[in-house]
Design a protein around this ligand. Structure first.
Ligand code: G3P
Ligand code: MG
Length: 277
């Protein structure tokens, strides 16, 4: 478990994605500025085998790929080279849509919002370098890759970049719904913390009788406070995703959550500080 400033670790989901375009360096910087303990981000592989930060299978929602490459629908990121992806604007959509209303609410000032226009999709190397520069922590989520990169050796590639950047092991977490990848990481780099994501399907029942990992990152609607208390008593740590609701934060902290993955680290920290938590 990583050190934390408050009673729970505040984990900025896709960077602080209510304050800046998700999975960009700008979002990570905002997460750091508001005081999050770490940022979570999604690892993706380009057509030419480069590692970037990206969430959706399609580039369409969070970049201008559909306008720039109209004949490449459905704009699956694994079919674009890094050079192509680097020409995309991954920031303007956020300013146009203000998806979490934080520009309208004044939490993002106009000059900052304007600075997001033209923001680039970052590489994993840049994400690790920024984390090192800030002396901060990063949770790299290793995602299932769409075709034609479904068999890409993701673990080897990620560990190689980590080694090249020299980010200390205790500033890195690797998480994944693919637990076989986590076993691979654990065997190759035992000092890097692995966190097992569970609840890929929003409804699947979770079994807690047998646990393999020391830390589970659980979809928050699929675990009860009783189950969390029982896990804590067995020394199993639970982080919850993705929780944006103050009432849920209170219940989860009470039930012994170790960390909360949220789009609103600024609000979670304000709540923790207002309650001396
Ligand atoms: O780390 C938890 C969370 O990021 C998993 O879901 O789809 O937001 O990457 P997703
Ligand atoms: Mg993620």
């Amino acid at each position: 478990m990583k050190s934390k400033t408050h009673k729970v670790a505040v984990i900025a989901h896709r960077g602080a994605r209510s304050l800046a375009p998700e999975n960009t360096l700008a979002a990570a910087r905002r997460g750091y500025e508001v005081g999050a303990d770490m940022w979570e981000t999604d690892v993706a592989v380009t057509a030419d085998g480069e590692l970037i930060l990206f969430h959706d299978d399609s580039l369409a929602r969070t970049t201008d790929a559909a306008e720039r490459f109209p004949d490449r629908a459905p704009w699956t990121f694994t079919t674009f080279t890094l050079a192509e992806i680097r020409t995309l604007d991954a920031g303007s959509w956020f300013v146009r849509q203000d998806p979490y209303g934080q520009i309208a609410a004044g939490a993002v000032d106009p000059a900052t919002a304007a600075s997001y226009i033209g923001e680039r999709v970052p590489t994993v190397r840049e994400a690790l370098q920024l984390t090192k520069e800030l002396n901060w922590c990063i949770n790299l989520e290793l995602k299932r890759q769409p075709a034609p990169q479904e068999h890409f050796p993701l673990v080897d590639a990620v560990l190689k970049v980590i080694d090249e950047v020299h980010l200390p092991d205790d500033q890195i977490i690797i998480s994944s719904f693919n637990h076989a990848w986590l076993r691979q990481v654990a065997a190759m780099r035992p000092r890097i913390e692995c966190e097992a994501l569970v609840g890929f399907s929003k409804t699947e029942p979770l079994q807690w009788e047998k646990t393999e990992f020391g830390v589970y990152n659980v979809r928050y609607t699929l675990i009860t406070p009783e189950e969390m208390r029982a896990l804590a008593a067995r020394g199993v740590a639970v982080n919850l995703f993705t929780v944006n609701d103050e009432e849920a934060w209170r219940q989860e902290i009470e039930a012994g959550a170790v960390g909360i993955i949220t789009d609103f680290p600024q609000k979670l920290i304000a709540m923790l500080e207002a309650n001396s938590l």
